[in-house]
Write a protein that binds this ligand. Structure first.
Ligand code: NAD
Length: 366
């Protein structure tokens, strides 16, 4: 296969972790007989420094012409960086919002996996964490409460504020189809999360999801109310495969699910549109506190690259190989600083490595 991948190294640790993910992709391509053409574009602070804006129209056009985008992260220290003296629409984060909009990325995927080797970082009780978990939170990204009409006004001598939560059938259907497609590549279970006992938008969500489910008889569908889901994520996370939900519920639940894994440097993510195109990036930020030190964990970006192979290119075997190489390196006891055990006994059993060495170790095991 021939793959055209645009990379956005970005700011802070972005260029360091993207370099390792590229290396892993190149190794996987050579092992399995594929060709990759990489092209870099500037975004965020890196683009402001060169072009005066966080994302140029040319950069957007280059991204649109690619099969997929692999991103590091953008932004600097929000207290000290001169980028944050600019008006909001010229700051690094404006580039991210612009590219998401330009590429029509409506489906956000965040896997939350507890690796046996990192179970000590999980804040849940041992009897819960020892069962492990591997779930995918699928969040609608461009509709709902965050995009509805809003206003603040005065009535009867006091201020009132209104936010509107709107979803159309087509918006729900397209994300539900993605959710079921992704469940087919996993353990064939979708938990659709809503608040159908109260909200009309949730009742429509449930109706449309049930319609879509008819085309996927091999996938089990269950419905769960969002308040129950928030509890189940800490009580019994092993029960979940794909969690399919609307924008605001997904925003909150995906952060909750990430935190129970215990490590930001391990969290991959993807944002997809209605073609096979996707933007793949680690969930963390640009970590200016450790940028340039060669100690950032590249695994979240490497796992994002593996998601790209699975969801944009349908190369499941190659994606499995990367995921297994990551697991192997962890089993062998290699750790970056963020996933080091905290206790002295634990520290003696593992070996601390830097960003580049972690990338090399994963490549060697492919
Ligand atoms: P952050 O995620 O960058 O850092 C939080 C903590 O996690 C830091 O201590 C950092 O060192 C650590 N960390 C993050 N990724 C790591 C990795 N791969 N390996 C080891 N440690 C890691 O969050 P922040 O400090 O709040 O934000 C820093 C900048 O990143 C800000 O400018 C923010 O706007 C931006 N940001 C960008 C994105 C994005 O590009 N999508 C997302 C979130 C934040």
């Amino acid at each position: 296969m021939n793959m055209n991948i645009v990379c956005i190294p970005g700011d802070g640790i972005g260029p360091e972790v993207v370099a390792e993910a590229k290396k892993v992709l190149e190794k996987a391509a050579s092992v399995y007989g594929h060709e990759i053409n990489f092209e870099d574009i500037l975004m965020g602070g890196a683009s402001i420094d060169v072009h005066g804006v966080p994302l140029t129209e040319e950069a957007i056009a280059t991204a649109k012409a690619a099969d997929a985008v692999l991103m590091g992260s953008i932004g600097g220290n929000t207290q000290t960086s001169p980028w944050y003296k600019l008006p909001p629409e010229k700051r690094p984060e404006a580039g991210l919002l612009k590219i998401r909009k330009a590429l029509n990325l409506f489906a956000n995927l965040r896997p939350a996996v507890l690796y046996e080797e990192l179970a000590a970082a999980c804040p849940l009780k041992t009897e819960i964490s020892e069962k492990g978990f591997d779930m995918m939170i699928m969040r609608e990204l461009t509709g709902g409460l965050y995009f509805g009409e809003r206003k603040t006004f005065e009535e009867d001598g006091e201020l009132k504020a209104i936010d509107t939560l709107t979803y159309s059938e087509s918006e729900i259907r397209r994300i539900a189809v993605k959710g079921f497609d992704i469940a087919r590549k996993r353990r064939q279970k979708v938990t659709s999360v809503d608040k159908a006992n109260v909200l009309d938008s949730s009742r429509l969500w449930r109706k449309v999801v049930e319609e879509v489910a008819k085309d996927y008889p091999d996938v089990t569908l269950e419905h769960m109310l969002v308040d129950n889901c928030a509890m189940q994520l800490v009580k019994n996370p092993a029960q979940f495969d794909v969690i399919l939900t609307e924008n605001m519920f997904g925003d909150i639940l995906s952060d909750e699910a990430s935190m129970v894994t215990g490590s930001i440097g391990m969290l991959a993510s993807a944002s997809l549109n209605d073609t096979k195109f996707g933007l793949y990036e680690p969930s963390g930020g640009s970590a200016p506190d450790i940028a340039g030190k060669g100690i950032a964990n590249p695994i979240a970006t490497i796992l994002s690259a593996s998601m790209m192979l699975r969801y944009t290119f349908d190369l499941d075997k190659e994606a499995d190989a990367i995921d297994n190489a990551v697991k192997k390196v962890l089993t062998e006891g290699y750790r970056t600083i963020d996933i080091m055990p905290q206790d002295e006994e634990g520290k003696k059993k593992v070996k601390q490595v830097g960003t580049k060495e972690m990338g090399d170790l994963i490549c060697e095991r492919l």
